[in-house]
Design a protein around this ligand. Structure first.
Ligand code: ADE
Ligand code: ZN
Length: 309
């Protein structure tokens, strides 16, 4: 449910794309062999943006999308909701990027039957006006596969309230709404996402654990949280994230498990499930429950969801 396209590019592919397009990658993308090296979210985001800048042709988008879906499908993935950040790719128009992504989606579907939908992610650092412009661009190029808008990048830049006009426009056009909140920011950000952006889902949302009112509100509403099991920044403790996710589940939130950036931050989704099962003592039935919660939280149409179930 929560997976960033540009975070699905393995380091070797990123280096090849960067070299081909004359982009200099940060040392953490050059020197780590088959892993990216970074100590904290900001360094990870810097790599993410540089990898994004290395995707410069429609065919780069096609190939990265196809590879992401095939790699996921090798681990049993049947549906991926792919978020991507058009504003981080100034070399291409939205229409060109989307044509590339949709070619990859269709190729992967034909090859292994994996299904996918697209979330157009707003870069929070660029503010509300640019977001509104992006949503207008999305609406000018409608595609059945584009199901939602999201809000990501640095959570500490600006407030969700800046994006009300963009979210209103998207909602009026029938798009679903999600937003990153409560990973690095506090629970007031999540409350703004619920009350002002009127999101259908929250990406991350761990800060709810520190806000009893928000916790009981969202347990009652059962709004989905797309939690991400794995983080691999030396300055953030993976144990802390595991504890948060376990606490969210124990509190009765409607939570599903996600990979976020499988090539950048953590492993593919099936490995997250295995690791969660080991640490939380899940049975196969428990794992199935969280997989189905993901399906319930997704933005695909009912016929597709019924087929995937
Ligand atoms: N962009 C890519 N991955 C992200 C994450 N985990 N949080 C915010 N923005 C992102
Ligand atoms: Zn994310």
């Amino acid at each position: 449910m929560h997976c960033h396209l540009e975070g699905c590019v393995p380091p070797e592919t990123a280096r090849r794309l960067a070299e081909g397009h004359g982009v200099t990658l940060p040392a953490g993308a050059r020197d780590g062999g088959d892993r990216y090296l970074f100590r904290n979210f900001d360094e990870g985001l810097e790599i993410y943006v540089a990898v994004s800048k290395s995707m410069q042709t429609q065919d780069d988008f096609r190939a990265v999308t196809y590879d992401s879906l095939l790699t996921g499908a090798e681990g049993g993935l049947r549906y991926r909701e792919i978020a991507f950040n058009p504003q981080n790719h100034p070399e291409l128009t939205y229409a060109e990027m989307m044509d590339g992504i949709l070619a990859g989606v269709r190729e992967a579907r034909a090859k292994v039957g994996v299904e996918s939908r697209i979330v157009v992610a707003i870069n929070r650092e660029l503010g509300g006006e640019a977001a509104l412009e992006l949503v207008r661009e999305v609406l000018a190029h409608p595609h059945d596969e584009v199901v939602a808008i999201g809000l990501d990048s640095n959570e500490l830049a600006g407030r969700p309230s800046e994006f009300v006009a963009a979210y209103d426009l998207a909602r009026e056009a029938g798009l679903k709404l999600t937003a990153h909140a409560g990973e690095h920011g506090d629970s007031t950000e999540m409350v703004e996402c619920l009350d002002l952006l009127r999101v259908d889902r929250i990406d991350h949302g761990y800060a709810a654990l520190l806000d009893p009112e928000l916790l009981s509100r969202t347990v009652a509403s059962q709004i989905p949280y797309s939690a991400c099991w794995f983080i691999d920044y030396p300055e953030l403790e993976v144990e802390g994230r595991r504890r948060d996710v376990a606490a969210m589940a124990a509190a009765g939130l409607n939570m599903c498990l996600n990979s976020d950036d499988p090539a950048l931050i953590g492993p593919e989704l099936h490995e997250d499930f295995i690791d969660a099962a080991v640490h939380l003592g899940w049975t196969v039935e428990d794992a199935e429950k969280y997989a189905l919660a993901g399906l319930d939280a997704c933005f695909a149409d009912d016929v597709t969801v019924a087929r995937l179930r």
